[in-house]
Design a protein around this ligand. Structure first.
Ligand code: AHR
Length: 554
């Protein structure tokens, strides 16, 4: 259907008023009437940067050891010591980048410990050694880092999966010169420097430079990365990134941004940076926002543990609470962006959401030693759907995002233990999003009655349907999440300026607690469904589902 702008806006206002009334009627548990999704084909937002589908690797619990690195002599199928099933799966979803080595670990890491011959690499105390949830035995790699996996092994992993490396430098514990020398080690031409010679010698040596473009300068510098004030960190960031030799590689520096809605951090950093002049933002590719969704207990408690829900045994309220938290990403991006624009008027610096995803209570990890690891259900798949769609709707602002973390951790796409390996529902959402990568994000407007529920005995709502659209040639991709636990939601899909010739649908849905296990790896997998292209164009979105519709335009 082709509607004019004025008609569209009129309809939108009416629908908006309807939504307001509906959201006031909080006792209502079911939603009446079809929703409406407007796809404004002539309003392009920007290219969906493939880097939105990035990953994160930290020396934490079972992520590196057992998750990624099993060793060349392992009975687990491996490529040069790296878990083969993981490499194969990451290639299938075209993993664009991976962030390494942390996280909080990064600001306690000396990159020199992880190079050269493995037999002589030092063992160091891991940042997470004293975490209250740590269950690992005395000499486990999670407590005492053996440095078997270091820069060369990580770069090998990146090459195997076809991803670009994104390194996080230690700003808290090391000096700026150590950072320059890591860049030299990674990027200086073969034989040119001591760094280049070190790179070529030792395990997985490489004469060829690694060409690392993305460099994080500290991590969570407001907390584990040094407890800085934003103004102090602004000075450190400038000092670290001043005159760094790139060896022909266009270095992209990423500053440690705010946690969730800490707007003071953004304001303090940007205002202090601007004092030096607007050129500072030319040097700053990304502002790294972190947003975990964990407050599933609805604010009943601020307790770090009690505020979270169990990864698998959660109630309906905790389901909706978590999705409400995930949907906050949209507002966070808007408000941080507004503040950044007060100082960086041309918005040279974009967002890198380099830690996002669910964070549940411990107790469902597949290995006893896996600190901060959890099962992932359909509820988490919805967190993925809602978050990735948010990034696409802000494709003009967000240039990279990294789910935390790739395997055996929080919002993981994979779980592994010894030779067992399984894809989580999150993996399937990433796979369904493949056609968005590199496409043109198109503005959409969703008019769907919100889901009313009770949050901590107070009336509350969750978005009725949420999604995003992109266009690649004649192929339009629309991804939509329906958070409702039990009700399908039909939506009329209006396309301004085009007719649809044919369509396909792929749906991931199920009981909100459903998850994949080593014994039952296919409990949650997407299915292809019929999508009849008729007038009006509509689709019935299944309860608790992430759906991808693909349409071929005339
Ligand atoms: O992803 C786990 C931890 O969460 C990271 O190390 C840290 O950056 C964040 O607080």
């Amino acid at each position: 259907m082709n509607i004019k702008r004025r008609e569209f806006l009129g309809g939108a206002l009416a629908a908006g008023a309807g939504l307001l009334l509906a959201s006031k009627n909080l006792a209502q548990t079911s939603r009446s009437g079809a929703a409406r999704i407007e796809i404004l084909l002539d309003e392009k937002i920007g290219t969906v940067n493939p880097n939105l589908y990035g990953h994160f690797v930290e020396h934490l619990g079972g992520v590196v050891y057992d998750g990624i690195w099993v060793g060349e002599k392992s009975k687990v199928r491996n490529y040069n010591g790296i878990r083969a099933d993981l490499v194969d799966a990451l290639k299938r979803i075209k993993a664009p980048n991976a962030r390494y080595p942390g996280g909080c670990f990064a600001d306690s890491y000396n990159w020199r410990d992880g190079i050269g011959n493995r037999a002589t690499r030092p063992t160091r105390t891991n940042f997470w050694n004293n975490d209250p949830a740590m269950k690992q035995s005395a000499n486990s790699p999670g407590r005492y880092e053996p440095n078997t996996f270091g820069t060369n092994e990580f770069i090998k992993f990146c090459h195997q999966i076809g991803a670009k490396p994104y390194m996080a430098a230690n700003l808290r514990g090391l000096g700026a010169n150590d950072f320059y020398e890591w860049v030299e080690y990674c990027n200086s031409p073969a034989g040119s420097t001591t760094g280049a010679k070190m790179r070529a010698s030792g395990e997985m040596g490489s004469k060829q430079p690694f060409g690392v473009e993305y460099w994080g300068v500290g991590n969570e510098s407001w907390g584990c990365g040094g407890d800085f004030l934003p103004e102090e960190y602004a000075v450190e960031f400038r000092r670290f990134t001043s005159s760094v030799p790139g060896y022909g590689v266009p270095l992209k520096f990423i500053a440690s941004g705010a946690n969730g809605d800490d707007y003071n951090w953004t304001r303090g950093f940007f205002s202090k940076s601007a004092e030096k002049g607007g050129w500072v933002f030319d040097r700053m590719y990304g502002w790294a926002i972190h947003h975990y969704t964990w407050n599933a207990s609805g604010g009943r408690t601020n307790d770090w543990v009690e505020g979270k829900s169990d990864a698998v045994k959660f109630d309906n309220e905790q389901h909706y609470n978590l999705l409400q938290e995930a949907n906050r990403m949209d507002g966070l991006l808007r408000e941080h962006w507004r503040i950044m624009g007060e100082f960086d008027r041309q918005h040279k610096t974009k967002f890198i959401v380099d830690e996002w995803g669910s964070w549940h209570r411990s107790g469902t990890e597949v290995g006893d030693n896996y600190l901060l690891s959890q099962q992932l259900t359909i509820r988490d798949a919805l967190v993925s759907g809602i978050s990735l769609d948010t990034f696409i709707r802000h494709a003009d602002k967000v240039v990279m995002a990294n789910a935390a973390q790739v395997i055996n951790c929080l919002h993981s796409l994979f779980l592994a233990y010894e030779d067992k390996f399984v894809l989580t529902p999150n993996y399937h959402v990433f796979e369904m999003h493949l056609p968005h990568m590199g496409a043109q994000a198109i503005r959409t407007e969703f008019f769907a009655e919100p889901i009313a529920y009770s949050r901590n005995n107070q009336p509350s709502t969750v978005v009725g349907l949420a999604g995003s659209a992109s266009l690649n040639g004649k192929t339009l991709t629309l991804t939509v999440s329906n958070p409702h636990i039990s009700e399908a939601h039909e939506a009329i899909i209006n396309l301004r300026g085009a007719n649809v010739l044919s369509g396909t649908a792929r749906v991931l849905s199920g009981d909100i607690h459903a998850h994949n296990t080593f014994e039952n790896p296919n409990a949650v997998v997407p299915r292809d469904e019929r999508f009849d292209v008729k007038t009006p164009l509509k689709f019935r979105f299944a309860p608790a589902s992430v759906t991808r519709l693909q349409m071929t335009l005339a």
